[in-house]
Ligand binder design. Structure first.
Ligand code: DP6
Length: 404
């Protein structure tokens, strides 16, 4: 029986953002998105940052379409096409077996096996700084819609390499793999989201502008020109992956924090070693680095760590008992411009007064407005399917509502 409505199936999923503590930088295969080194990340909680995607599939659609944040985008983008192609390929493979035909027929009304059903996607980002990629919700939501099971790393990677680490909550490694076909280049959870409940994350939004050199192009140039990157991938990262895994498993914050900062610094050193050089950090980023080191020196131990990706925003790791004091230190160094009450978003952080000793130890010339705002969050779970039809971002006609 054919459905009256254009969509025969609609699925809405949310996916988290992840922050690498051992960085991925450089591909050994551009087409398959295979990295030159393994990487490790922390999945952030979706209460503060998430992407939501609705996928509608229908035999009545004549073409694929995609909207991002309410605006229709070019569906021909190579990476989106790769996600769609990979998902449909897996679906078609599954559809060869009688069992999966039944399951798919349950989902999709009167389709013929082997026919390419068209998908519509609609994605929206919540509170996300500009660098967040919508690839994972697309990959995850597409897989849910098409009923594709198993490891999704291959599909998620097609959107953005680092995105495959957002397929899981908690602490996640992306094993670089060795095979030429990339089948062993997969994301794997090393500890669940409840493993280290005291861990807190602060995103210091320095600039929400688009990055000057995108990661894809940046890492291509680094692979071609940086001897330091080659050394890092071959001789530094393998040991660091083991050490970081140990720190996480044993909740060794000092070890975790120091290695996180060292790895961020080495990644940015490889950017400077790239020719022509790439610099993602700005003056505010460097002031944040100084602030963290002075804060730690004052306390005589590593209580806070920073990490920076391909942009000037800082991600800070600390423990529950240190969050309030560090937020106060950020306010002291970067007095909010006009938005004092909106400076802190996300988890509640109680205001505290800084001691005169700490103020003196920070010894900073305040930079008003340097940090635009802070998002306080924690470790969180992986992608979720939303059951409530009210959560769909596409209306019954398969189009986004006008006010999205
Ligand atoms: C600095 O995943 O954005 O954030 O695979 O080309 O899409 P592509 O690159 P992308 O690179 C992210 C690099 C990084 C470090 C990391 O997240 O591991």
């Amino acid at each position: 029986m054919a459905s009256e409505k254009p969509q025969d199936l609609m699925v809405t999923c949310t996916a988290p953002v992840n922050i690498a503590v051992i960085k991925y930088w450089g591909k050994r295969d551009e087409a398959l998105i295979l990295p030159i080194n393994s990487s490790l990340s922390v999945t952030l909680h979706q209460d503060q940052l998430k992407t939501t995607t609705t996928v509608a599939i229908s035999k009545d659609f004549t073409e694929d379409r995609i909207w991002l944040n309410g605006r229709e985008e070019d569906v021909g983008q190579p990476r989106l096409q790769a996600c769609l192609r990979e998902t449909r390929r897996s679906w078609e493979l599954r559809a060869q077996t009688p069992e999966s035909q039944l399951c798919l027929l349950g989902n999709l009304v009167s389709h013929k096996v082997g026919r390419t059903l068209q998908a519509e996607l609609c994605s929206t980002l919540t509170l996300a700084p500009a660098s967040v990629s919508p690839a994972v919700p697309s990959a995850y939501a597409l897989a849910q819609a098409y009923g594709v099971e198993g490891d999704l790393s291959e599909v998620a990677r097609q959107g953005s390499g680092s995105a495959c680490r957002s397929l899981y909550g908690g602490f996640v490694e992306w094993q670089m793999g060795e095979q030429a076909d990339g089948k062993d280049s997969i994301a794997r959870q090393i500890a669940p989201e409840w493993h280290w409940p005291q861990l807190r994350v602060l995103i210091l939004v320095v600039s929400a502008d688009k990055k000057q050199t995108g990661s894809t192009v940046g890492m291509q140039t680094s692979v071609k020109t940086s001897a330091l990157l080659k050394f890092r991938a071959e001789s530094v990262v393998p040991e660091r992956m083991k050490e970081m895994t140990r720190c996480i498993q044993e909740q060794d914050f000092q070890g975790f924090a120091q290695l996180t900062m060292k790895d961020s610094n080495q990644f940015h050193a490889t950017c400077l070693d790239t020719f022509p050089p790439i610099s993602y950090l700005n003056d505010t980023s460097r002031r944040i680095i100084q602030l963290v080191h002075r804060f730690n020196t004052h306390h005589g131990q590593t209580k806070v760590a920073y990490t920076f990706d391909a942009g000037p925003n800082a991600v800070i790791f600390t423990l529950e008992d240190t969050v309030a004091e560090f937020v106060a230190a950020v306010r002291h160094s970067f007095p909010p411009a006009a938005n004092g009450d909106k400076f802190l978003k996300g988890l509640q952080v109680a205001p505290v007064l800084l001691s005169d000793e700490l103020k003196a130890a920070l010894a900073v010339e305040p930079s008003p407005g340097g940090v635009q705002y802070i998002i306080a969050t924690q470790v969180g779970p992986g992608p979720q399917v939303l059951d409530n039809t009210h959560d769909h971002l596409l209306g019954p006609d398969g189009l986004p509502p006008r006010d999205l």
